[in-house]
Design a binder for this molecule. Sequence first.
Ligand code: MTE
Length: 316
Amino acid sequence: MERKYRHLQPAADEITPKEVYLNRRDFLKAMGIVSGSALLAACAPRGEAPPPPAATPPAGEYRDELGNRANSWNDITHYNNYYEFTTDKEDVATLAANFDPGDWRVEVTGLVHQPRTFGLDELLRFEQKERIYRLRCVEAWSMVIPWTGFELGDLIRAVEPMSSARFVKMQTIMAPEQMPRQARTRDPWPYTEGLRLDEALHPLTLIATGLYGEPLPNQSGAPLRLVVPWKYGFKSVKAILRIELTADMPATFWNALAPQEYGFYANVNPNVDHPRWSQRTERRIGELGRRDTLMFNGYGSEVASLYEGMDLTVNY
Ligand code: MTE
């Protein structure tokens, strides 16, 4: 570990008031006007959302390198996107509570000299680091999250990529008996994401195994999920089970669903609007008002060189 978090009880006023992050959809739901998918989610078996660890540090105890206060444990674990369970952000925690990752193993295959299946204990032997990153969702909300995890590059180097490897494909578990929307929708499951190999090897690219120094809760992608802080949040695939190095750009979940809206690169870019909304500003969960969105989510000095010569308005 680079640094250990202090363990303190959050103060009551550090938990985001619900009305601050109610969006229109949640508002309609609160009014009883629910969509089909929300109804489906309501029929799914519910678990008891795990309580916050007795010792989560107060929101704001930690800041990112720009001085932004970290969001609270409650914000980070009760406002989630995890479409395998539900499209309702505030329901993910309870619907995912009973998800049983079992004896998790990650298969790393493809264009590598040493293909291998790693147990969780082996993955936890890679140097675990603590990183406070901004997460910018393509839906124009954001958070600041203190992750624990290891660099994806450490894992990739361990399997020795072949010179023909150019991309890294990552896939979530397929478990329709535990993930209700995998059973009930025709979406292109399992959720799949990908990075160019140089993006995957970048030291900022993390496989998160924890949050605030605690093990990753189910709703955040237990037992391990990707975090690529300069890209829109949908690239950060949860519950990774399979990693494959490929020569060709892999198909991805959101690009397959709506290619005109979600590109492969998905770098945070305030100058390229989503076809249905502006990406110029964002709503930081827990704050009133909006903030300007930063190019590459504020990580440009580290990552802009990866895209030199590329037209970022086309390669979105
Ligand atoms: N991973 C899986 N397997 N399924 C998902 O639906 N949603 C993505 C990403 N990873 C998603 C996923 C989206 S759209 C976002 S914004 C982030 O997870 C949200 O991460 P968080 O819930 O930890 O904030």
